[in-house]
Design a binder for this molecule. Structure first.
Ligand code: AMP
Length: 390
């Protein structure tokens, strides 16, 4: 697979698919990690005298109203500040203005094209990898670099579409993410996986693959209750995926000593931060109670396993960390890993957001920029954004 350093980009028009899908509130960027993570590739292209044309999506575009709130204009301003360099922002995804700007672009200069998903308003052209759109974008450049790890598991016009037509390579961020994930295949042991989050459904493939590689899997979050239900506990009003009970029963039977479940949980009767809460043993959950976090005894047990770990992979928060009352499990386990300097990889999405909120993201070994992509990689699925480059 070609890497950025394999490209001869001097004086060429280089299209880069970045992941600038950052959280924005009232026009302000709340977390610019993803922009910062793209800088290494962009700097490399500047230093190698390329004419740089950047693409990215931002949020979802379903109707006209989504256009304004998902413009990449704030990103262009932040990027310009971070690079200390002018970024020419083109408010359209195609047309004369864009083509003229590219025509006039000098070596080392940068254009940022409007949110690729603006094209979704007209028949989901970007997200459905419309043939004509990929071909058109590819026609704007000589070379293509895919540096958007967050969408590498998707087949979109701005990654697979472009890469189908011109010489392509991966960027530094994609390389870094892949190196970290592939290192898990021969990582230092004990290797412990922590899994949480609301849904068990999208983690089944990962559990099946990792259970053979990891020494232990520690389960928390909403998905723990499907496991507990399968063991015959009354989990009250906690979230349970009844279609997955069978899966849980079977995997627990086969790997009973490897998969650990909570022994106590923080329960309440309403899904909010205000109603009364209480830590209860999992044998004591009442019919109207839902578990929104793991309890202190579980935290202690999990920490006991983790203290010897050499590698930890963590996907999904252990509780509803968005509510002050239910962030305890996630926070204490995260702090434990940081304090004990355990090589920890956060698998993107909510667990990275939680780490960021708890001011520990920069203290862990690696926080991935792609949740879905990480899961699909670990499931050993083929990633379309990479396959096309291969
Ligand atoms: P996922 O996308 O499946 O990783 O889910 C992430 C979400 O799981 C976060 O928004 C958490 O609030 C939520 N979550 C964590 N623990 C629980 C729980 N016990 N019950 C319901 N939702 C939870």
């Amino acid at each position: 697979m070609k890497k950025i350093e394999d490209l001869n980009m001097e004086g060429k028009k280089v299209l880069i698919r970045c992941d600038f899908n950052v959280p924005i509130k009232n026009g302000r960027i709340i977390d610019d990690t993803r922009i910062k993570e793209s800088l290494k590739t962009i700097h490399y292209c500047i230093d190698h005298h390329a004419k740089i044309i950047l693409f990215s999506h931002l949020g979802r575009i379903k109707e006209e109203e989504d256009l304004k709130k998902n413009t990449l204009l704030p990103v262009s301003k932040r990027l310009s500040k971070l690079l200390d360099k002018k970024v020419i922002f083109i408010e359209e995804t195609r047309g004369k203005k864009l083509e003229k700007a590219i025509e006039e672009l000098q070596e080392g200069e940068i254009i940022l094209v409007q949110n690729t998903r603006y094209e979704d308003l007209d028949g989901k052209k970007e997200s459905n990898n419309d043939e004509e759109l990929g071909k058109y974008w590819a026609s704007l450049g000589d070379l293509f670099i895919n540096d958007a790890f967050g969408t590498i598991h998707r087949s979109h016009a701005s990654n697979v579409g472009i890469a189908s037509h011109i010489e392509s390579a991966t960027g530094f961020l994609v390389e870094k993410e892949l190196n970290v994930l592939s290192s898990l295949n021969s990582c230092e042991k004990p290797f412990i996986v922590i899994l949480g989050g609301a849904k068990i459904n999208d983690k089944i493939g990962v559990i099946e693959k990792l259970v053979t590689k990891a020494d232990y899997i520690l389960i928390g979050g909403g998905m723990a209750f499907t496991f507990l239900q399968s063991e015959g506990y009354n989990v009250g009003a906690s979230i349970v995926d009844y279609d997955r009970i069978d899966f849980c029963t079977k995997i627990l039977k086969k790997y009973s000593s490897k998969i650990l479940l909570p022994v106590d949980v923080n329960v309440t009767t309403e899904y909010n931060n205000d109603s009364l809460n209480k830590v209860k043993e999992i044998t004591e959950i009442a019919e109207n109670e839902m578990g929104l976090d793991i309890g202190d005894r579980t935290i202690e047990i999990y920490q006991n396993y983790l203290k010897d770990a050499k590698t930890v992979l963590w996907n999904g928060p252990l509780g509803v960390y968005e509510f002050e009352k239910y962030k305890n499990g996630t926070k204490k386990i995260m702090k434990f890993l940081v304090d004990h300097n355990i090589r920890t990889i956060l698998g993107g999405g909510d667990i990275v957001a939680a780490a960021s909120l708890m001011k520990m993201k920069d203290k862990v070994y690696h926080a991935s920029t792609g949740g879905g992509a990480t899961l699909e990689y670990l499931e050993e699925k083929k990633l379309p954004g990479l396959e096309i480059i291969k």
